[in-house]
Design a protein around this ligand. Structure first.
Ligand code: NAD
Length: 488
């Protein structure tokens, strides 16, 4: 990307149209070079109300269609994602700062999420049984009504696709609040959905910050809220949405532990650990954050250092999201250093020639971290890994189990028995064996444990079907001869 393009101003998308902006605005900044690329309206309760009313009206016709009819839109939409791949990839890069390859992988993942959504007619099959002679019981999955999705900055295209396709094909209508830092990808998504034939009002966007989130949690006509973001805000949203009697699943932050055993394949392990901690500049909720090195693993750490040196900001490493994030990450490294940890690779003070205004942090490996240090416990959300040394597997598992979070954990070993033990004993929702980023692919569902997720079920895959629907149970008797029994 040679030049950063000025984008159209961000607008709310309500009832199939971009709305006029009558609000205070904030700048949208590209982290690639720090330039202002657009402006965003800071919407309020009235905007959410308008979007909800449009979604409520659209629900009547949309929910009356069959599942097989609704998925037709998403066959077309999935193909539009593919034919606009390059444009969507560059848009993600522009607003989020990741590399072209990482941004493209996001769009490919969004396509896979749509492929799962269009397969719903093969999965969502209602249940029916003749419970006594001439009497049938049936369970049908029905949509909830108007639902909401609140998304974070780190996957501007993919995370919105965790929720939108499944919720919509199952018959709901939606109000989405994208991260105010990366609002451009979702605007384009709204346009492409319209081009694919989605009726007006079925999908709506309201832009802004906290005020919009609070309005979503409080709005009496919204039936369910899905949230993805930090644990601090996930707790606020979960409490507020459920206290206004909504269904809610809120995914939070992470501190993922990778357990490296001495028998691990050295090169494969070093490459996977470094890729996990530095991919998307460490701004993945599945990123490696702590490596627990069990017993003699120095040879693997040496390879990791070599590997990290081949990762160069602006070349094969994107930017972090903001100046504030860069400062926060660098402060964590400085604090670890002053607490006595050893910085093996230092990504502080990184700049990219020609993009001096951008927010870059190089890959950073911190060794001899102890449990009392903030880099051992807190989510850093940058390309930084803290190495904690453990004498044996029991101690390593105890360290992993001690985290407040529980999104992912992984083990690197060539022993099936030890791998199985970690799968059993790790306190995390998603476990990897010799894989640094163990994201379950569709139809498997995505979701963590502990303070990485609040609410029942996961956000994607089969689990999301439960979240976005409610069961209707009907009992029918058409046979006048059927006996009246103790129940009927
Ligand atoms: P964030 O929590 O700051 O923001 C997420 C959303 O909440 C945004 O739409 C934002 O506008 C809104 N928000 C922010 N502060 C708020 C407040 N005080 N009250 C109400 N709403 C508020 O998260 P982020 O910085 O955009 O994203 C990074 C975080 O998301 C990291 O912690 C990361 O681990 C997490 N994340 C988790 C997953 C997962 O699957 N568990 C996936 C992606 C990101």
């Amino acid at each position: 990307m040679e030049t950063l393009l000025k984008q159209p101003e961000v607008r709310n998308f309500i009832n199939g149209k971009f709305a006029e902006n009558g609000h205070k605005i904030m700048d949208v900044v590209s982290p690639l070079d720090g330039s202002v690329i657009s402006t965003l309206p800071l919407s309020n309760f009235d905007d959410v109300d308008k979007a909800v009313n449009a979604a409520e009206k659209a629900f009547i016709k949309w929910s009356a269609k069959t599942l097989k009819e609704r998925v037709l839109v998403f066959f077309k939409y999935r193909d539009l994602l593919e034919s606009h791949m390059d444009e969507l990839t560059k848009l993600i890069q522009l607003e989020n700062g990741k590399t072209y390859g990482e941004a493209k992988a996001e769009v490919e993942k969004s396509m896979e999420l749509c492929e799962f959504a269009v397969s719903m007619p093969q999965i969502v099959v209602n249940e029916v049984q003749e419970v006594s002679k001439g009497v049938e019981c049936r369970i049908e999955r029905k949509p909830l009504g108007v639902v909401a999705s609140i998304t974070p900055f780190n996957f501007p295209n993919m995370v919105p696709h965790w929720t939108m396709p499944n919720a919509l094909v199952l018959g709901n209508t939606m109000v989405m609040k994208p991260s105010e830092v990366v609002p451009l990808s979702t605007m384009r998504m709204a346009e492409l959905l319209k081009e694919a034939g989605l009726p007006d009002g079925v999908f709506n966007l309201v832009n802004g910050g906290k005020e919009v989130v609070e309005a979503i949690c409080d709005h009496p006509k919204i039936k369910a809220v899905s949230f993805v973001g930090s644990t601090k805000v996930a707790k606020i949203v979960y409490k507020r949405a459920t206290s206004s009697l909504k269904r809610c699943v809120a995914l939070g932050g992470a501190k993922n532990h990778l357990l490296v055993l001495p028998d691990a394949n050295p090169q494969m392990t070093a490459s996977n650990v470094v890729a996990s901690m530095s991919g998307c500049a460490g701004q993945r909720c599945m990123a490696a954050s702590v490596m627990v090195g069990v017993d003699k693993v120095q040879h693997i750490i040496d390879l990791m250092v070599e590997e990290a040196k081949s990762i160069v900001p602006g070349k094969n490493l994107g930017s972090v999201i903001s100046e504030e994030a860069k400062t926060r990450i660098e402060n964590y490294i400085a604090e670890a250093e002053s607490d006595g940890a050893k910085i093996l690779v230092d990504g502080r003070n990184s700049t990219v020639p020609g993009k001096e205004g951008g927010f870059y942090v190089g890959p950073t490996i911190i060794d001899y971290v102890t449990l009392d240090m903030s880099v051992a416990r807190e989510e850093i959300f940058g390309p930084v890994i803290s190495i904690i040394r453990a004498k044996d597997l029991d101690e390593a598992i105890e360290i992993e189990n001690g985290s407040n979070y529980g999104n992912a954990a992984a083990v690197f070993t060539q022993s099936g028995g030890l791998a199985k033990e970690v799968i059993e004993r790790a306190s995390a929702g998603m476990i990897g064996v010799n894989i640094g980023v163990p994201v379950p692919r569709e139809p498997f569902s995505f979701g963590g444990w502990n303070e990485s997720k609040f609410g029942v079920g996961d956000i994607t895959g089969r689990s999301s079907i439960e979240f976005w629907t409610q069961n209707k149970k009907s009992t029918t008797k058409w046979n006048p001869e059927a006996q009246i029994n103790w129940m009927s």
